[in-house]
Design a protein around this ligand. Structure first.
Ligand code: TYD
Ligand code: MG
Length: 454
């Protein structure tokens, strides 16, 4: 007999409690508990007794054979790359992102830009709306089946009947199972539906792509639980006012993390950007003061990004420090180092820092470029537009080494830079075709950078 029980579930982390509590003891979120009805007993398919399950037994490790994945290409090269080379059979992938970022567009492109049987299940848009979007994308795949359904049992029924080569669910928050009485999108529903879809993926060896929404604070909506059960978590990021979108792998059981791919949203869908550095760098052959190019790495991708600084006398009593695309606390730290070690007075000046193109830099290798841009603005001396910088600055004003230096130098060379300034810790870093200038301190670096202008 199935039993019904009223419980309270934290919508952020899935923690359960018999009574309502204001603050979740597991994830410390306030007001996240919602009443849900939990049904336990035989009706729950996953809780059936194991007699009718396959006769899998524990076996010695020496007898286990490594699985060879024959990866399935998705038809979008950059998406393949962030998956680690395409879909692995039976893999369970979650694509998360804010509303309107382009998840459905990407999923539809994946479904239509390839000549394979794909089952595209949408709980958010009608088949007609999907067709309209497909027309806009100018894509059509006669083998793609579109299914407008939210009931999980129906979805699984058609999935088993059609046996597609990929199943796409847009989105997991709209799917529900009648076995659980809480609303679609609640933690219990999402957890149960995902678990059953996972089982279907593993049993049939068909890769499943789930689309998931993101909450206000940027985490994948409600189900932190979901992140644990899926094989791969891909996050779609970007500013809705800017055209570029970043796809980032946050977790991947079958590939490298953190991989990164950049797309551009255009009138007719998402376009891959195969050379992101060139995309963010607007070649300006004029040497302008306050501009320095940083050689950063995001994920495994080297990206050359322009940093712009403007330093002007403070009009009000307290000088302003403002940074776009860069951590303000790190900017303050760099300014303090500059004041102390560089003997430059900036405490009475406003400092504005902008990372061009709307990118956000988290790599500390951009430190040197930020400091150079600031010095360049203060002294009104421009930096050669063919010079780029790549080093972390320590509190003592030393240049610290950074990861993947060879890759960074190679990328700078590829994009036509003739000089790169790095830390002298990288003793063996050399390259033909680009001058690698090494410095151990800020003073040394500045001498190289501003001297190399001649
Ligand atoms: P969508 O894929 O519906 O976002 P999500 O599923 O993540 O909520 O993307 C919608 C946005 O993308 C919308 O603002 C319009 C824009 N868009 C384009 O700019 N070009 C296109 O070709 C398409 C299909 C959408
Ligand atoms: Mg959508």
């Amino acid at each position: 007999m199935a039993k019904q029980k009223n419980i309270f579930v934290c919508q952020e982390c899935g923690n359960e409690s018999p009574k309502w509590i204001g603050r979740c003891p597991a994830c410390n979120n306030w007001n996240s508990y919602v009443e849900e009805i939990k049904i336990t007993g035989k009706t729950n398919a996953r809780h059936q007794s194991p007699e009718n399950k396959t006769s899998r037994k524990p076996k010695p490790f020496s007898q286990v054979e490594a699985e060879e994945y024959s990866r399935q290409t998705t038809g979008i090269g950059e998406f393949d790359r962030i998956l680690g080379g395409g879909f692995v059979p039976g893999s369970f992938t979650l694509l998360g992102g804010e509303p309107g970022i382009g998840k459905s567009t990407l999923a539809l492109q994946l479904a239509l830009d390839i000549n394979k049987d794909i089952l595209y299940v949408s709980g958010e848009e009608s088949a007609g709306q999907i067709k309209m979007r497909a027309d806009r994308l100018e894509l059509s795949n006669p083998k793609c089946l579109v299914y407008n359904e939210t009931n999980l049992d129906e979805i699984l029924l058609h999935f088993n009947k059609e046996k597609p080569s990929v199943l796409i669910i847009d989105s997991i928050q709209t799917v529900y199972t009648p076995l659980i009485e809480s609303a679609p999108g609640s933690v219990s529903q999402v957890r149960e539906c995902a678990a059953r879809l996972l089982q279907a993926a593993k049993d049939s060896s068909v890769p499943v792509l789930l689309i998931g929404h993101i909450t206000k604070d940027g985490s994948l909506a409600g189900p932190k639980v979901l992140e644990h059960i899926v094989d791969t978590v891909i996050q779609f990021e970007g500013d809705q006012h800017l055209n570029f979108r970043i796809l980032r792998t946050l977790k991947n059981r079958f590939g490298a993390v953190p991989e990164l791919a950049i797309f551009e949203m255009k009138e007719n869908g998402l376009h891959q950007i195969l050379n992101p550095s060139a995309y963010f760098l607007h070649h300006n052959d004029q040497d302008l003061s306050g501009i320095t190019v940083a050689c950063t790495v995001d994920g495994y991708r080297p990206l050359l990004i322009e940093t712009q600084a403007l330093v002007s006398p403070a009009v009000y009593g307290t000088p302003q420090r403002s940074a776009t695309g860069f951590d303000t606390r790190r900017l303050n730290m760099l300014l303090a180092v500059l004041e102390k070690k560089g003997k430059l007075t900036i405490s009475n000046k406003d400092v504005f820092l902008n990372i061009a193109g709307g990118m956000k830099i988290q790599d500390t290798a951009a430190d040197l470029a930020v400091i150079t841009a600031i010095i360049s603005s203060v002294t009104d001396q421009s930096v050669n537009s063919k010079t780029c910088c790549c080093a972390e600055i320590s509190l003592t004003g030393e240049l610290r080494p950074v990861s993947r230096i060879e890759q960074r130098i190679a990328e700078a060379k590829k994009l036509g830079f003739t000089r790169i300034v790095i830390s002298s810790y990288h003793k063996n870093a050399e390259s033909k075709g680009i001058q690698v200038l090494k410095a151990s301190s800020l003073q040394e670096a500045m001498q190289s950078i501003f001297r190399s202008n001649d």
